[in-house]
Design a protein around this ligand. Structure first.
Ligand code: GAP
Length: 516
């Protein structure tokens, strides 16, 4: 975060710098070489340390966008919402920034559900909360959002997915960390090759990348607007050993929509203790006198991951600092050492690794809307959403050709059968022409349309037309078989190509396709 030095208005440092660099790039006088350099900075934005970011603000002379005032140097900001728990309000709590933690805390029970065997997975969907500095862009950056997460626990010595071959032949646009740091572009790579060459850490992670890709395409994202971007070293969350984000190309640029991290064993090892600080009470007492108790209590409560991080500082700088009860204390090499337990094992003890696909539902929805938005050829005014039938809110429209009362019993028969088949539908018996009503149905992405016309009423067997939204092609089939057909088309067990092969093509009705 950076602040306007005079007004105190806050900005997210990386976003502000990126916007500033883009503005510099748009200047006609900016040479191709400078543009390439600025692009490189943007690509590596998530990789910079706080100090590097501060240096870039100075280098590019970034000022407050609304006032032109100076900005404070970047500082870290806690994205977790703090709150008080209970009627007394004296217990501090934090709203969850991800749904994952519940599954880690319940690990033992989940393992029991799976007869004590690995691998197994758990999934959860729910709200997450982040105190975003600048929420904006519709569903893309909000402070409360729906997240869906999978935790797939594996034995670290068996990080091979038995079903990886099902996805190994997928060709996916990959943007590796190496490509990002060396200024290369993303490449289409066969997933199997990426795992074999070690670009993707292991085949379990590779398997989930493949499944995420298939899911995104199935719900309506365009293949050419989906890529997987690997986190760079500094960008990787403290808990991850490899991480790939599924990104979608939108009018806001490439945005992260699904994170897929190999959290190795971080979360589970943090919840079990096998390492502790061994304090040198004499040295701490000499330095901190009556405050020594505070320091000793703090050191006794540290978890393994924290200890491992501080151990690195002890080795490198010879000290680290702690904060307790609002005060800071330096802990030096002579005050503490790290003790690791030696245990005699009678059973094999492992800490499972976990692969975590984490879906931001709002961002996926936003991408579906953008990627599915279409205009009819030659008629710019006539727009529609090409939602795949599986995700279209309405699967089918039922349209009587006109308001003639003779059509009513057929509309009723079709409606009842749709309900029985669990197919969501919409009846449009308003007075507009059939062409106008098709356009209206297409505009909200209804996948199919059934039209009851005079042949339905007057001929035996009683037939109606079924229209496919995207191709606008129609077939004619018996009224009684149409609801199950729409059900099968909507759940993906039948395709429109198969339908066209089986039933006669119908041409007619859609006289006026123009929006009236
Ligand atoms: N447990 C892993 C985790 O939380 P993340 O990448 O921070 O990973 C997962 O978040 C997904 O949640 C992101 O890929 C994104 O789609 C979505 N997301 C994150 N912050 C968001 C926000 N402020 N508003 C909407 N969606 C957000």
């Amino acid at each position: 975060m950076v602040k306007d030095a005079k007004t105190g208005e806050c900005y997210r440092a990386d976003h502000l710098l990126k916007a500033h660099l883009k503005q510099l790039m748009s200047d006609e006088k900016c040479s191709a070489e400078t543009v390439a350099g600025l692009e490189d900075v943007i690509t590596q934005m998530d990789n910079y340390t706080q100090q590097e970011l501060a240096d870039l603000f100075v280098k590019y002379n970034v000022k407050s966008p609304s006032t032109g005032n100076d900005l404070t140097p970047p500082t870290s900001f806690n994205l977790m919402f703090q709150t008080s728990i209970g009627p007394g309000g004296n217990m501090t709590g934090y709203l969850r920034p991800e749904t994952a933690q519940g599954m880690f805390l319940n690990f033992k029970r989940l393992l029991e559900f799976n007869q004590g065997k690995l691998p197994f997975g758990a999934a959860q969907i729910g709200n997450s909360f982040r105190n975003e500095i600048s929420p904006r862009s519709g569903l893309i950056r909000v402070r409360e959002f729906t997240m869906a997460e999978i935790e797939h626990f594996v034995d670290p010595s068996e990080k091979n997915h038995p079903k990886f071959s099902n996805v190994a032949d997928l060709d996916i646009l990959l943007f590796s960390s190496k490509a990002q740091t060396s200024g290369q572009s993303a490449q289409i790579v066969r997933l199997g090759d990426a795992v074999e060459q070690g670009v993707i850490n292991n085949s379990v992670l590779g398997y989930f990348i493949g499944r995420i890709y298939l899911y995104l395409i199935k719900v309506g994202l365009s293949k050419d607007k989906v890529r997987f971007r690997q986190h760079m070293e500094n960008e990787m969350a403290h808990y991850a050993c490899d991480c790939w984000d599924a990104e979608s190309k939108t009018s806001y640029g490439w945005i992260e929509i699904v994170g897929c991290a190999d959290r190795a064993c971080y979360d589970l090892s943090c919840h079990s203790k096998a390492t502790k600080f061994e304090p040198n009470k004499g040295a701490i007492g000499t330095s901190y006198k009556k405050d020594a108790k505070l320091v000793l209590e703090f050191l006794a409560g540290c978890d393994e991951c924290y200890i491992a991080d501080q151990e690195k500082l002890l080795t490198g700088k010879g000290e680290f600092s702690i904060e307790t009860q609002g005060r800071t204390f330096e802990v030096t090499k002579d005050m503490v050492s790290v003790k690791r337990f030696q245990k005699t094992l009678h059973v094999e003890e492992i800490v499972p690794n976990v692969i975590e696909p984490s879906f931001g539902i709002g961002r996926i929805m936003h991408s579906i809307f953008e990627h599915s938005f279409r205009k009819r050829e030659g008629d710019e005014q006539r727009t529609y959403f090409s939602f795949p039938a599986t995700v279209a809110p309405y699967k089918c429209s039922i349209l009587p050709l006109s308001q003639n009362q003779e059509f009513t019993p057929f509309v009723q028969q079709l409606s009842d059968a749709m309900t029985k088949n669990n197919v969501s539908f919409k009846v449009d018996d308003s007075s507009g022409s059939i062409g106008r009503r098709y356009a209206r149905s297409d505009e909200i992405g209804v996948a199919f349309g059934i039209t009851v016309d005079f042949d339905t009423v007057n001929k035996t067997p009683q037939t109606a037309t079924l229209r496919d939204r995207d191709s606008m092609r129609q077939i004619r089939a018996e009224v009684a078989e149409l609801p199950a057909m729409v059900r099968d088309l909507s759940n993906g067990t039948l395709t429109w190509v198969e339908v066209e092969k089986k039933f006669p093509i119908f041409e007619g009705q859609e006289t006026s396709s123009k929006k009236e």
